[in-house]
Design a binder for this molecule. Sequence first.
Ligand SMILES: Nc1ncnc2c1ncn2[C@@H]1O[C@H](COP(=O)(O)OP(=O)(O)O)[C@@H](O)[C@H]1O
Ligand SMILES: [Mg+2]
Length: 198
Amino acid sequence: MIITVAASKGGVGKSTTALHLANYLQTKADTLLIDGDVNRCVLEWGKRGSLPFKVADEVEGVELAKIYEHIVIDTPTHPDENDLKVMVRGCDLLVIPMTPDAMAIAATFNFINVLNKFRFKVNYRILLTMIPPRPNRVGDDARKTLLSAGLPVFKTGIRRLSVFQNAALAGVPVNMLKESYAQIAWRCYVELGKEILQ
Ligand SMILES: Nc1ncnc2c1ncn2[C@@H]1O[C@H](COP(=O)(O)OP(=O)(O)O)[C@@H](O)[C@H]1O
Ligand SMILES: [Mg+2]
């Protein structure tokens, strides 16, 4: 399966999602994460610590792709239309991370309008990320807005937890940290992985 993670906005959890999804898929079959971001975010992450799956840049990724069962592609922020076309053509699923705020919702609508202009059909689903804890309901509100616009949204949402930032600093996926919220954070991506593979 080839999964691309893309959005028009930066800082919405694209790299975090690509990394944890690859980490989950690796528990099922050999998985390659292609770091398509010029900032080499995940490659850098992996250098700080250790990642239990293969990470490559897009050049090396093309050569390696045949060997792996699952491929997750992390992408740069603000891709232009042509770059986006190249990145999503041929993927089985496009995951679009989105934070639950008005600016991000507007950006996501624009992003989907661009996808709809392509001559091929893109199988995409929106992933709500960094959802603040209850009693805050912005996560539910954002979901309602997307669903009422007829857009596909993952049932699973990713909670806003600082342990994700600690994991990035340590260069490991959250499930390798010993902190109290690490396993709760990891469960979010396990649920997402299950939803994708089901
Ligand atoms: N669910 C989350 N809760 C809290 N912080 C998060 C979460 N997901 C990502 N982050 C943090 O937010 C920042 C941006 O995330 P990142 O995955 O790099 O976004 P992008 O790739 O879209 O720019 C990073 O510091 C990351 O550690
Ligand atoms: Mg990124």
